[in-house]
Design a protein around this ligand. Structure first.
Ligand SMILES: Cc1cc2nc3c(=O)[nH]c(=O)nc-3n(C[C@H](O)[C@H](O)[C@H](O)COP(=O)(O)OP(=O)(O)OC[C@H]3O[C@@H](n4cnc5c(N)ncnc54)[C@H](O)[C@@H]3O)c2cc1C
Length: 402
């Protein structure tokens, strides 16, 4: 090691995903200083293929924060989703059921690129490629983030630390087991996801229930498709050569009147396990957890990145109020406020997942009930409104502090 440097900031942030970067950006707009440390390189973080559906509240939050220019030019607004089963497609129209709200398809990596550009242009501090990140002193007055970079040791002394380092990060495990309760559900299936250079098979995101298992038709742009099929959780990706994937997708998504799926070069292929997890509370001493560091949802409801954005809105409001007035009420209430929204999103994600997938644990009764549920949610306006209201995102209780 080459020696040790120590810096000071108001809020030290671990992780340069959507949570950490957005927090740093929103805090800067409130005049609050932060430093972000990230253990991956900038290119890796900017190219990581993940979420792609933005709720109305996420679109508004990013636009209000001055991050809307490229998103509004390149993002694709969608007015609904399709649910397919029994060879028929059923559409759920969002604006007519939610008072005009919509969703946008804009890749999470594009959001991340916009955030990194905005932070670096404003002179913000993001330290990429760090190793051995550790946090200490969260019960004291000045917690510290330690990390290594280029053979030297570094420390950042902070007022507060934001743990935005995702599900496999170091912040949540730094909290003693006695101080944290984890609520967990692992599903008996996973998603095989593909990014393909091919014309999207459906104009809108299509959720497809079939006797062969679930499939999802989604997209990233008018020429790039994002496609998923349900597989076993221990599935070996080597069992899925490209042609087998396309054939299976075609079988699971076919409906009356739909043209055969156009295939194309597969740019990325991966298996995502399905899990629901919530850590409570989302605060310990001077450490605040946000985004996937605190909770994950199965991707069926498209809630993961949107929940991260909601946490960051709440945390920014609380920190801004503290630095403006010295009042800690917002910080004290952060966890309870965020968790109210988290659990509603957990409920919706779990419900969509169990309604649409085939589980090896299902009895014949469960299968019949599942079909009745699909019939109900596509036939009742009240049920469709419930899906639409949750999918576009539940309203925020208050606006973002100016
Ligand atoms: C296949 C897939 C599809 C998805 N689809 C959707 C969707 O349609 N809609 C939706 O809203 N959500 C979706 N999600 C979820 C969404 O991607 C996550 O919820 C989102 O990335 C959470 O952001 P985050 O910043 O909290 O965490 P992350 O994006 O996980 O960011 C955490 C960051 O911390 C860094 N880090 C980790 N450990 C350390 C350390 N020790 N030191 C420093 N840095 C560290 C990581 O490298 C990473 O950059 C999907 C996820 C997957 C995997």
């Amino acid at each position: 090691m080459l020696g040790m440097t120590t810096r000071r900031t108001q809020v030290g942030i671990v992780g340069a995903g959507p949570s950490g970067l957005l927090l740093s950006h929103l805090l800067a707009r409130q005049g609050i200083d932060s430093i972000v440390v990230e253990n991956r390189g900038r290119d890796y973080v900017e190219e990581r293929v993940r979420a792609g559906v933005l709720e109305q509240g996420t679109i508004d939050t990013l636009a209000e924060a001055g991050l809307g220019e490229r998103m509004m030019a390149e993002g694709l607004f969608h007015d609904g989703i399709e649910i397919r089963f029994d060879g028929q497609a059923h559409r759920i129209d969002f604006p007519s059921l939610t008072g005009g709200k919509r969703i946008m398809v804009y890749g999470q990596n594009e959001v991340v690129k916009d955030l990194i550009d905005a932070r670096l242009e404003a002179g913000g501090a993001i330290v990429f490629d760090v190793d051995d990140t550790a946090i200490e002193g969260i019960d004291g007055e000045s917690p510290t983030i330690r990390y290594g970079k280029d053979g030297a040791e570094h420390a950042i002394a902070c007022d507060y630390i934001a743990g935005c380092d995702g599900f496999h990060g170091i912040c949540r495990p730094s909290i003693s087991e006695a101080a944290l309760t984890g609520y967990d559900r692992v599903y008996p299936f996973a998603w095989l996801g593909v990014l393909a250079d091919s014309r999207p098979p459906s104009r809108e995101v299509a959720y497809c229930h079939s006797e062969r298992g679930f499939a999802l038709l989604s997209l990233r742009s008018p020429t790039v498709s994002r496609l998923y099929i349900q597989v076993a959780p221990d599935e070996d990706i080597a069992n899925w050569p490209d042609q087998r994937f396309w054939d299976e997708l075609q079988r699971r998504t076919a409906v009356e009147g739909a043209a055969p799926i156009e295939t194309g070069p597969i740019l990325h292929k991966g298996i995502t396990p399905m899990r629901s997890f919530v850590a409570e509370p989302m605060r310990n001493g001077r450490l605040f957890l946000a985004g996937d560091a605190a909770h994950i949802v199965p991707p069926t409801g498209a809630k993961g990145m949107n929940l991260a954005v909601a946490d960051i809105r709440f945390l920014t409001e609380a920190l801004a109020a503290f630095y403006r007035t010295g009042d800690t009420a917002g910080l004290d209430g952060y966890s309870a406020r965020a968790l109210r929204r988290v659990w509603k999103a957990q409920r919706f994600s779990w419900w969509m997942t169990t309604m649409l997938h085939l589980s090896p644990d299902d009895s014949p009764f469960d299968r019949r009930r599942q079909r009745a549920e699909l019939d109900y949610v596509t036939g009742s306006e009240a049920a469709m409104r419930t899906i639409a209201e949750n999918y576009v995102g539940l309203p925020f209780e208050t606006g973002l502090t100016p």
